[in-house]
Design a protein around this ligand. Structure first.
Ligand code: HEC
Length: 461
């Protein structure tokens, strides 16, 4: 199936390229005859391309972003035209690996390009990557300072508190490295609610060497015999995802009293020695405000068929040049609302889907990440109105696929047997799902609201 998709896409690209050859020639002719750049159908950087780059690329491709080059201006972008064409045509850039043909398509952080936008970029390059009229340029975007907080841009205020890891020096060359410092946190006198949290490696070196990380808050040991409250996962970070902002009215509990914050950081050497220090910023709801919904945030759902026996991932065994499919299901013992879906596999992982089997027998494919790429850890964050609402008794079905053949673009060695493990060359199999469990009343209220909206929409048509 994967092969068929690739072939179809290749073929599409070829037909397109042939078509373009003709049109750019035609354009060149009219260009020669008429006023240059006027009434010309070839897209220009200033008018058609810059707005696309602003929406889908510049977040990373700006001087202090995570991408290797800046694409803010024509001067900066022009030398990359060929490379941009290639990455965009193969849908490798922008990084967005969701199947656009099935399931929910409304995501808050969707930076993917429409077919038309892809065509515009290809036509721009094939037409000579022209600048056009600089007066057509959209107003430039502003970006947070390199070492600033991204969430501050969104919420308009700095974090309420910051927790800092201890420094770690990543060697220039060698194996992946893990760093797990524990930091004391004095805490607040009363229970508070978390609205957002951001995981910020130091700039610029730390951003390069940090592959992923988590920060958990654990209440200090309580009185003897008392149960230690569950750890609160403040935030998880992976390349392409560094923060969580919960929807207005949804909060995560920050228990009162002192605690420790434990970091779990996965570094990889990048050819130069780098000393990193991680800051975790946390934004709270105001002291007197109790959010209407309490969430546990992103929860880990194993996709290995073994979670019930706690033999984590013992089912991962992929033969050389072979493939693997694993499925798992979870029965919702409480109604739930899903905010986000973030598959996590390693280099052989190629696809993960999430399907709901509702109590009435209806089955709905919610999201399918069918071009999974281990180099990116993307959380697909649903628009508020499209968050899956699962009645009690719904079965949430997860399915992962792995490809250990040479056809897998990033397979480091198809001749190896692959088993579970923490290194990128070993495999993992889980999804981080942003999930909020609801009371029956909250579920009924939301379900009624949505039903009413659907009727309204129906009436409008
Ligand atoms: C989420 C961050 C992000 C976004 C959004 C993004 N890129 Fe990238 N891009 C990267 C990173 C990181 C790399 C380097 C790693 C790699 O090559 O994949 C990269 C690499 C590239 C390269 C290859 C550069 C080379 O060395 O040859 C091109 C071309 C590119 N991006 C173009 C684009 C375009 C065009 C868009 C928008 C349509 C875009 N990118 C959106 C992060 C991003």
């Amino acid at each position: 199936m994967a092969m068929a998709t690739i072939n179809a896409r290749r073929l599409g690209g070829l037909v397109l390229a042939l078509g373009l050859g003709v049109s750019s020639q035609a354009v060149a002719q009219t260009g020669a005859a008429g006023a240059p750049g006027e009434a010309d159908e070839t897209p220009t950087f200033s008018k058609e391309v810059a707005p696309i780059l602003q929406r889908s690329c510049q977040n990373c491709h700006q001087p202090t972003g995570i991408a290797p080059m800046s694409l803010l201006t024509y001067r900066e972008a022009r030398p990359w035209a060929r490379s941009i064409r290639d990455r965009v045509e193969r849908r490798l850039m922008p990084p967005w690996h969701l199947d656009g043909s099935v399931g929910i398509q409304a995501y808050k952080n969707d930076i993917s390009l429409s077919d038309d936008e892809v065509d515009t970029i290809l036509n721009w390059v094939d037409g000579g990557a022209l600048e056009g009229n600089p007066a057509d340029m959209p107003a430039p975007l502003t970006f947070p300072p390199a070492d600033g907080w991204a969430v501050e841009q969104e919420l308009g205020r700095p974090p309420d508190f910051i927790i800092q890891s201890t420094p770690y020096t990543v060697v220039a060359n060698g194996q992946d490295q893990w760093w797990e410092p524990e930091i004391e946190f004095e805490g607040f006198d009363t229970e508070r609610y978390i609205r957002a949290a951001e995981f910020k490696p130091s700039f610029p070196g730390g951003m390069k060497v940090t592959h992923h990380g988590h920060a958990y808050l654990r209440a200090k040991e309580t009185e003897e015999g008392e149960e230690r409250p569950r750890a609160v996962r403040l935030v998880g970070m992976g390349i392409g995802k560094r923060w969580d902002v919960l929807p207005e009215g949804v909060g995560k509990v920050l228990p009162p009293g002192s605690s420790t914050v434990s970091f779990n950081i996965h570094y990889f050497p990048v050819g130069e020695e780098v000393t990193d220090l991680i800051d975790v910023g946390v934004w709270l709801y105001p002291e007197d405000e109790v959010p209407t919904k309490i969430t546990a945030g992103e929860q880990q759902f194993y996709v290995d068929g073994t979670h019930r026996e706690r033999l984590r991932a013992s089912d991962i065994l992929i033969p050389p040049h072979g493939s693997l499919v694993l499925e798992d299901q979870y029965v919702m013992e409480q109604p739930a609302l899903i905010q986000s879906f973030r598959p996590h596999m390693h280099m052989r992982g190629t696809e993960m889907s999430m399907t709901a089997l509702y109590p009435d027998g209806r089955r709905e494919l919610l999201s399918n990440v069918n071009r999974y790429d281990h180099n990116w850890q993307i959380a697909y964050v649903y628009d508020e109105d499209s968050q899956p609402l699962l009645p009690k008794g719904t079965v949430l079905m997860l399915r992962g696929k792995w490809d250990n053949s040479a056809a897998n673009r990033i397979n480091p060695d198809p001749d190896q047997w692959v088993v579970f493990g923490a290194r990128g060359v070993d495999e993992m199999s889980h999804a981080w799902i942003g999930i909020t469990y609801l009371s029956d009343e909250q579920y009924d209220e939301l379900a009624t609201e949505r039903a009413a909206r659907e009727t309204d929409d129906g009436n409008e048509q």
